[in-house]
Design a binder for this molecule. Structure first.
Ligand SMILES: Nc1ncnc2c1ncn2[C@@H]1O[C@H](COP(=O)(O)OP(=O)(O)OP(=O)(O)O)[C@@H](O)[C@H]1O
Length: 847
């Protein structure tokens, strides 16, 4: 909440006059807003709830004895009355219970205890644990319903089961619709209340049907079974010549009941039972995906698994379509015939079923760093204000009005200059004013865009740490439907700054060492981990410093992406960074191909179409997770690799947004040779922590100001063309560790998300000699022989290769006599018929 102080409107403000007015305003607000007031009120409400509960319960046993006495009315509460009741809470307890039960609602009065409890708990803990309004709704309906029902059922009992209100309504209903009518109405009302309040699930027992795919059938269905199931190995290579089995499930210990179910289903199928849904994109997790070659990509794995679920009458069918220029007739015909057999499924695809037991990290893992309450010192405000007024007066600048907004680290004093004072004059005097105010970290904004006022930001003596926990618990974070929500910090007016990374769409962060960059990166990553499921997000982490991002290694099998064959998912070596960036470019190109084939313009439309099952996974379509590339020390990379790093980053920044790839680049050295024009042009969203010079600030933000920041997460963000000062959310290393450990301890994918393979073209040129062939030569040969299709684009897609490398591989295969010469747009002839022949052929080469 902004706390504004407004002064009088006199042209030459008299500072003495301002004092009393301000202090009073702050005190009243403080009292209402003070968390201690809330806590005291909360405790009282909880006590009231307990008081009512005890009094009511006691009343159930003592009403007979006390009734005569309480009929005398409130006078029994007077000490002079000399009345002594037997209620556990004395005369007050007896009197209040009598009013609630006898004159009110009977047994339903107990529901009032819940209202006080809910209000008390919310106020005491300072957050919305329960919804008060929802409780009030339930209470009103519940009290009316139960009092009437109790009165109706109890008939003429002496005890006021339904109270005066319940009896009155019940009698009226009986006279209106008779006893049977009232009973029926109450029954329907009771059922409706239970449904409204608890929404129970009504299930009709179903006859077991074959699950959507065989994988679902063999996957452990509950947590215990999952624990019982052996963890899949990380990689799963096949021996030479061995047939790739689409189902590695036999490795799991299958629950016997489940097995029986499966057999039943299979038998049912033999008897022409209704077919199951074959084109369900099979969830690819928990069991390792079938691996044909080490570089086989995820797209193919999914397609294969889907095909496997058909029990492969279609064994020889290629999982991916051949590109238009190299169409192969038989494959298409076969595909059509399969399609005819498929029933259409309408249930939407749910990507999170990949890891259906995945639990999002809880807020308990994060810490509250001190009190979130903004500390405002009225005396400090007054002193600063007077100093601003006096300083401006020294430069002959009169002011009309001054108001203050107290933020977590700085206070913004907004000034309306007197009529006739030109803002440009104040702007020119910016440095002098800052010097006169002689405080570290003063920033002058002349004018504040869109307001016509002048802003002077002065650091607070006592600063408030903004805890990540508060931001993540906020309604704005919890309830938004952003694709990639990131909680960055709090604005000066204490509003939470939470944005969608996809709208940025890339982010450049700079700041001198020790000013909060790493904490900022962690804040962004932690917000993503709190909101995204592992199936929806993959992170590519580049950390040349080798220390900052290593915390995230525990979530490798959930959220990280890496190059095939790499040990470490967090990339620290410059050479590997170049490979990874180029692999991301290939991934981007592949995704564009998929988008094109699907007739969609961006990842959102594509995924929507996929979820609605309008894209066939057997044609290589798959649910596309967002990919976020984080580079922690960009300067190091540019210094060592220059253009080799800059070019793929610029290309990704220009094009990757539509396919769901977003970049976050951080640097300590925001100099022009690091943040070049090309990089800057493609990163409209930029964050500056404190930097050492105005020039650095201009390099990163195109404007000075970042050199005036006060460090410790004080930052400026340029987003959507606006410059905003924020206090970055603080998340400590142990917190990040416990979030990662919590995720890492859960069931994940068998391995990290595989990026496409990238081989340096320059290295390849050396390898062209047949005696020194490509490392994927044998895999490519096997793939071509198995599919009997000599197509370069097939190689490209199935092995996730760039066009040049696939072309060279094809030339090598031709030189090795495995495929025939190029035939223009048609696929090449495959000269070797069976895998056995191929193994022999390869063995001859190797000797
Ligand atoms: N948002 C914040 N709120 C409070 N304190 C912070 C915040 N951000 C950083 N700090 C303080 O500043 C210290 C340095 O922060 P951090 O490690 O993020 O700096 P850095 O810029 O990444 O430094 P380096 O570049 O040397 O790694 C932290 O240990 C913490 O004490």
């Amino acid at each position: 909440m902004a706390n504004r102080l407004k002064s009088g409107k006199s042209k030459t403000p008299d500072t003495d006059k301002l004092k009393p007015e301000k202090e009073e305003q702050v005190t009243v607000k403080q009292l209402v807003k003070d968390e201690r007031t809330h806590k005291i009120a909360g405790t009282m409400a909880l006590l009231a709830s307990l008081f009512l509960f005890i009094a009511f319960t006691s009343y159930l046993f003592t009403w007979r004895e006390d009734q005569d006495k309480v009929f005398k009315g409130a006078s029994i509460l007077m000490p002079s009355a000399g009345v002594k009741t037997t209620n556990l809470l004395g005369n007050i307890g007896a009197y209040i219970s009598h009013q609630f039960f006898y004159n009110g609602f009977g047994l339903a009065s107990f529901l009032f205890c819940t209202l006080f409890f809910v209000m008390g708990a919310n106020a005491l803990f300072g957050k919305k644990i329960f919804s008060v309004w929802r409780n009030v709704r339930y209470l009103i309906v519940g009290v009316v319903f139960f009092s009437v029902a109790c009165a109706f059922v109890s008939g003429n009992s002496q005890f006021a089961w339904g109270g005066a209100v319940g009896t009155m309504i019940s009698d009226w209903l009986v006279s209106l619709i008779g006893k049977i009518g009232t009973a029926a109405l109450l029954l329907v009302g009771g059922l409706a209340y239970v449904i409204w309040r608890f929404n129970p699930v009504f299930k009709v027992p179903t006859i077991p049907r074959k699950p959507a795919s065989l994988e679902e059938a063999v996957l452990p269905v509950n947590e215990e079974e999952q624990e019982a199931a052996p963890k899949p190995k990380k990689t799963n290579k096949l021996k030479k010549g061995e047939q790739p089995s689409p189902l590695l499930a036999p490795k799991l210990e299958i629950d016997e009941d489940l097995l029986e179910d499966m057999q039943l289903v299979e038998r049912a199928e033999e008897q022409d039972e209704p077919p199951f849904e074959p084109n369900t994109p099979a969830p690819p997790v928990v069991i390792p995906p079938p691996v044909v070659t080490p570089s086989l990509n995820k797209k193919q794995e999914k397609a294969q698994q889907a095909a496997a679920s058909l029990e492969l009458e279609i064994k020889s069918m290629p999982e991916e379509p051949i590109s238009a220029d190299e169409e192969v007739e038989p494959a298409e015909e076969e595909e059509e015939s399969i399609e005819e057999k498929k029933p259409i499924i309408t249930t939407p695809y749910e990507p999170t079923l990949d890891l259906k037991d995945y639990q999002y990290p809880s807020l308990e893992l994060l810490e509250q760093h001190g009190s979130e309450k903004i500390i405002q010192d009225a005396a400090e405000l007054e002193t600063n204000k007077n100093q601003i007024i006096t300083t401006l007066k020294n430069y002959d600048i009169d002011i009309q009005k001054i108001s203050a907004t107290v933020g977590p680290t700085v206070t913004l004093y907004e000034i309306v200059p007197a009529a006739g004072v030109r803002i440009s004059r104040i702007k020119n005097l910016e440095d002098d004013i800052a010097l006169s105010l002689a405080a570290l970290g003063i920033r002058i904004i002349a004018p504040i865009p869109g307001k016509g006022t002048i802003g002077i930001e002065v650091p607070n003596v006592k600063k408030t740490v903004v805890s990540m926990k508060t931001l993540l618990a906020s309604e704005k974070f919890q309830a938004n439907n952003f694709s990639l929500p990131v909680a960055i910090g709090k604005k000066i007016d204490n509003e939470n700054f939470i944005v969608d990374l996809t709208t940025m769409p890339h982010l450049l962060m700079a700041g001198a060492t020790g000013q909060g960059k790493s904490v900022g990166l962690n804040a962004i990553l932690v917000s993503l981990l709190y909101k995204k499921h592992p199936s929806q997000l993959k992170l590519v982490l580049v950390d040349p410093k080798k220390v900052e991002l290593t915390l995230y290694r525990t979530i490798e099998n959930h959220f990280l992406a890496k190059l095939p064959g790499e040990e470490e998912a967090i990339i620290t070596d410059t050479k590997k960074v170049i490979h990874t960036l180029n692999a991301l470019c290939i991934e981007m190109d592949n995704r564009y191909d998929l988008l094109k084939e699907a007739g969609t313009r961006n990842i959102r439309e594509y995924n929507e179409k996929f979820v609605k099952r309008r894209l066939n996974p057997e044609k290589g379509h798959q649910f596309l997770p967002f990919i976020v590339l984080v580079v922690d020390e960009f300067a190091d990379l540019i210094m060592t690799a220059g253009k080799e790093v800059e070019m793929p980053i610029a290309r990704l920044a220009q094009l990757a947004r539509a396919v769901g790839i977003h970049l976050i680049i951080a640097t300590q050295r925001p100099s022009v040779n690091i943040i070049t024009g090309t990089i800057k042009a493609n990163f409209p969203a930029r964050i500056a922590f404190k930097v050492s010079s105005k020039i650095d600030s201009r390099t990163i933000l195109d404007i000075g100001g970042a050199e005036q920041l006060i460090g410790k997460g004080d930052m400026l963000i340029s987003y959507n063309g606006e410059l905003t000062r924020l206090q970055c959310a603080f998340v400590d290393t142990p917190e990040v560790e416990s979030v990662c450990d919590n995720i890492g301890a859960q069931n994940g994918y068998p391995q990290a998300f595989m990026l496409p393979e990238y081989v340096d073209e320059k290295e390849l040129e050396k390898d062209f000699d047949i005696g020194d062939r490509d490392s994927l030569f044998e895999d490519a040969a096997r793939m071509i022989v198995t599919s009997q299709i000599g197509s370069t684009s097939l190689l490209q897609r199935r092995m996730k290769l760039g066009y040049n490398r696939a072309g060279r591989l094809m030339d090598q295969l031709e030189a090795a006599g495995i495929v025939g010469p190029s035939q223009g747009s048609k696929a090449r002839d495959v000269l070797i018929r069976t895998e056995m022949d191929l193994e022999q052929h390869l063995a001859n080469f190797n000797t």
